[in-house]
Design a protein around this ligand. Sequence first.
Ligand code: GCV
Length: 723
Amino acid sequence: MKQFKIVILLFTLYTASVKSQHLEDYKLWLKYGRIESKTVLQSYADLVSQVYFPAGNEVLENAKNELATALPNMLGKPVEFSKNLAESTLIIDRYDQLPNALQKLIKEDVDNLNDEGYVIKTVAYNDKNISLVSAKTNIGILYGTFRLLNLMQMNEDLAGVSLADSPKIDLRILNHWDNLDRSVERGYAGFSLWNWQKLPEYIDQRYIDYARANASVGINATVLTNVNANALVLTPMYLEKVEALAKVFRGYGIKVYLTARFSAPIEIGNLKTADPLNEEVQKWWSNKAKEIYARIPDFGGFLVKANSEGQPGPQNYGRNHVDGANMMATALKPFGGNVIWRAFVYSEHDDTDRAKQAYDEFLPYDGKFKDNVVVQVKNGAIDFQPREPFHPLFGALKETPIAMEFQITQEYLGFSTHLVFLPKLFIEVLEADTYQKGPGSTVAKVVDGSLYNNAISAMAGVSNIGNDLNWTGHPFAQANWYGFGRLAWNPYLSADEIAEEWLRTTYSNDKKFIEPIKEMMLTSREAVVNYMNPLGLHHIFDTGHHYGPGPWVDNLSRPDWNPVYYHKADENGIGFDRTDTGSNATEQYAPFLEKKFNDPATTPEMFLLWFHHLPWDYKLKSGNSLWDGIALKYQKGVDQVSTMNATWENAKPFLTAHEYEEVKMLLQIQLKEAKWWRNACLLYFQTFSKRPLPKGVEQPNKSLEEYRSLKFPFAPGIRPQWN
Ligand code: GCV
């Protein structure tokens, strides 16, 4: 009997610990674990021995609560809030509320802040050193508080700290592709967070934790619904639910946006047309804006996908993007709302190279949009591939605010199964030089508005968040949400810094753990390029769901949905000729780049087959033939994933059993799938190259037919059919 009791007890303890470990994943980078170093612990205990933090407003209350939860966890004792400013060791308060003597000490720093910035500084006050967190606004205080906690989680030395930081981009916005039935287009982390059925009454704790996580990295807006929009979200029944979410998010400085279906006036407004020049239609949108703002006074505005992939738009009525966007902008303007108009357009009726179409269509509209319109452009001209050159509209649109659209969800990068640290991809694009205003005209400067002095600057990230216990499906995909937020705040941060911050707040401050794992994260993006789309290959994914390789696919209704359209492999060679002898997409770049990209010898090899169709025996810089080079890259990608597996294995001593196991299992799937990509692509391309695999490349263990026969009717990320 006694033995039995012990077994039961052990089992209960085991299941409790497994459960709580899963809940650790839920906490993201806001774990606030106990600080281990005694010296650090003591210095922080001194720093917060008496905290002056008057609140009295929702945003400030949230900041104070964060502190009140985090500090006891990290320090192992309750936090002492004091009403006596003069005796406090940590003062957190808005600048205009501080006594003159304190204001003077930080005036210069505060003068240089924008409205969302903050100062964290050690100052000498009343004959002692105290720490001060201040800002011009409440939201600045919230961001400053999160930053302080972030520094503490990383055990940073705070004695003598002097930090002033403001976001460089105005609108830092997540785009959820969430449908009202809770399916998520290209979502690989479960169903949508938004439980429309239970809203508005039931406020899930997840909404609050989502807002905390976003605010902690400075994300200040969210689009709740899919760009393939459903007009129903604009009806009173749903607006009441949106209002409830907006109320939660407001306390964390997050504005809510919705996607607006262009044909909504017909679908939910009983009008016969949605023509943007029709007065009744204009009135309908103005009234709709009024109705929304009556509920949500700080509503952000609309995100619109129009005349793209079958979505309705102004062209259905013989009008253009400017007519459509300006009509909505007029409706939102009196309330301070924005229209974010997407430039992801390509038409089945246009046989121009798909990569050229958005530029051709939007450039003539430069300067014609109203001042509350932002044009949102994907980072590359095709579609969120593992690697693309930057979209030529960046830098070319000179009089139109242009938002960067990155995809955080890994539609073309292994879903939530593959470990790929996306800030590497984002930064490669941000650092690219457009040369549109001479050398140094980087994409980052276009996006932060500094190159052309734009009125609004914006960066959007297509969310990878769902209702999985760990939010993002893969624990390391949390780093991509984190990294997006950090880069939207400051597009000049390095991937190294972001990876390090995330690792230290999520896993451990131990250098022996951080260094190898950081290296693993930093190489993961190049690995996925190598085993999926090396040397500028692109869009060779299987049909529709984009899961796994499908370079052979040639039977889809639109030519530009078929992989064969993109790689153009034949007996002579491989690649898309986008030079002046081909589609001439190169002319959409500034002359310096146009020239560079027109010549294979000066084209960076990472973009070689993006811009050129080259013979199989074309000589690469390494001296290898193109065929051998492609094969060796595929092999290298597989080898890199093997190394990632080994690196994780070595990290075992620093991890809990759960932390170790979950990533280990995922890395093993990644290795299997990397081999699948290598084998399937090489066997297929070999039917054209007719050359053997070079030494060092493993022979595939299945036939091409076997790879071609694989079908995945239930691959995630595609909208389920309920009937
Ligand atoms: C929301 C790609 C994706 C679609 C997505 C579209 C877009 O084509 O595959 O799922 O639709 O991009 O960005 O609008």
